[in-house]
Design a protein around this ligand. Sequence first.
Ligand code: AMP
Length: 453
Amino acid sequence: MCGIIGIFGNENAAELATLGLFAEQHRGQESCGMAVHDGHKFVLRKKMGLVKEVFRPQKIKLLQGKIAIGHVRYPTCGSSSEYNSQPHIVETLSGPSYALASNGDIINYTEMRQKLENKGIYFASYNDGELLLKYIVYQVEKNGKSIVDAIKLAMQNIKGAFSTVLGTRDGLYVFRDPYGIRPLSLGKLKDGSIAVASESCALDILHPDSIREVAPAEIVEITKQKLQSHQLQASHYRTSKHNKHCIFEHVYFARPDSFEFNENVYQVRMNIGSILAKNDEADYDIVVPVPDSANFIALGFARQKNIPYEMGLIRNHYVGRTFIKPEQTIRDESVNQKFNPLPNIFKGKNIALVDDSIVRGTTLRQIVKMVRKAGANQIHLRIGSPMVKFSCFYGIDTPSQDELIANNKSLEAIRDYLGADSVKYLQIEQLQQAVKKPQDYCYACFNGKYPVK
Ligand code: AMP
């Protein structure tokens, strides 16, 4: 998973982009990068590491220009390395330069790359952002297409999820795949400059006058002269008449203060909690979230049941992502470092312990042990999503299918493995009640129905 940012028409483009990237740090912590157009060419800085480490004030000063494009990366395809990080740039001999950052995954990557390689195009990475860039630049530079027409061709031929920002010397081109799988928002700042970001929380920090979402299959062309939307007929570029936003953004990935897919993320999470509670007859002494992603789900649950909500687990925010550690023993140990129970909260209690999802089962297995040790009487796991049984090919990092606990074990075997007194998942139909337009979402990780093949 990744996050992108674009700034147009601001003297402090690099500073603003850094603020935005920092607000999107949750979308990727492996590497980050920024390309700023200095009037002649794009100057690129990308490195492994966090935004605050890579973009220290003295480094930002070297990135002078009014157009900036930035990216935070959490690899789903292509290894974790600097050359696979984004943005990618192309400097042409004839003058024009291009920079691109994208969030999503391309599913026909190999085939499209081969086609371009057959035409003599060179690739420096295995990253799908580079494929999008090379495809568009080829159409413009070799086939004489306008940038907007080149992007239209990309929408026809490149399949998968892409929320993208392309920068040139004169402008920004912002576009989203025809299914609108990943989020993308656009804001107008007070001084007239424009910012785009994966999540609205990254625009909020720039205090925009207005924010709107970029629509699926929309191309927004932003130059000094104009801001023009080219709203393509999405149905020409896809087989379903519905959008296919990623429901997992609401369940887990997005920041709760973001607005995406026409919903407040925290509100969807509260709805999920409340629906979980309505479908649960049992009574509990306290409701405890696995912080931070399940906080609002547990709050919705507690309010619906009118049971005390206790922040019984304290999370150390400086432990990196436990999820992507290479070995199970290291993942287990990282969970232990990440969470610690409050003393006196759990003793003798019947607890509804709420998490947003179970993937391999690593987190909850360790937490259940911890909570038992802290004196809990009964531990009932209440999960804010259906069983994750299928891998995601559109940008969420799910391990291979055989590592998914729900793909291998029955509900009873999962309960046993996690050491809980009971486990209850949300059903897909229940999750659908939490959003305004359920038909506009992708549920492939739960039901294996992949909208883009
Ligand atoms: P696991 O410990 O493998 O069962 O993973 C589930 C936990 O990791 C949940 O607490 C989620 O908050 C979190 N999680 C779920 N999906 C992802 C993902 N794709 N990347 C990182 N963390 C995730």
